[in-house]
Design a protein around this ligand. Structure first.
Ligand code: ZN
Length: 204
């Protein structure tokens, strides 16, 4: 189980790095191991060249379990997502240009996206003819405050697929790593389209 989860994280890191979505040691990835813990990337390592020695187990309070490694600073947001829904089995956090810029251009609490065929890459969407909403949280260096904000938003209305942190990046998830990767790829495509539309001043 741990070996499989570790390989999934290593493979995801290589792929995400190749897309340019986690530059300069940014981003962090995790997989749920059970009801009580998850495997997550350690702080400060480049995500394109991960090894199993750079991954550690944490409990769902974000505390390391039997490891001297320091978990990623943003571990609390991963474990918060695992606590909020038992349907969350893997979490990917990235720092792409599109998610960083778009989350600054959009000043509201939600990013609304509609009219794109690729919305169907997000589980539960079967048509372009619908609007999807991605929550945007204001950035903070206090991870507990950000996790509390995430919990409050979720209690008000459960979030689907992912959320943006303003000027920072994207958190996305799935019931397993395969779905999380599809959501990441779909959302990044949609963000890139939306950014291009805004750059062109398109109003549709
Ligand atoms: Zn980050």
């Amino acid at each position: 189980m741990i070996d499989t989860a570790a390989q999934q994280i290593i493979d995801a890191g290589r792929w995400i790095d190749a897309q340019g979505w986690c530059p300069a040691t940014g981003g962090n990835f995790s997989v749920r191991l059970g009801a009580e813990n998850a495997l997550i990337t350690a702080s400060g390592c480049h995500k394109g060249y991960l090894s199993a020695e750079q991954l550690l187990q944490v409990d769902l309070a974000g505390q390391p379990q039997a490891s001297l490694l320091k978990p990623s600073a943003e571990t609390l947001l991963h474990t918060c997502l695992y606590q909020l829904s038992d349907q969350v089995g893997a979490v990917l956090h990235t720092h792409s240009v599109a998610s960083t810029v778009l989350s600054r251009l959009e000043t509201h609490e939600w990013l609304d996206i509609s009219g794109y065929e690729m919305q169907k890459s997000l589980s539960g969407n079967h048509t372009h003819d619908a609007s999807i909403r991605i929550a945007i949280l204001d950035n903070a260096q206090d991870m507990q405050a950000l996790a509390d904000e995430l919990s409050q938003r979720w209690q008000h209305e459960p979030l689907a697929w992912g959320f943006l942190v303003r000027g920072h990046g994207l958190y996305t998830w799935g019931h397993d790593m395969s779905e999380a990767r599809r959501h990441l790829e779909g959302l990044e495509f949609l963000f890139a389209c939306e950014l291009e539309m805004r750059r062109l001043g398109a109003n549709v």
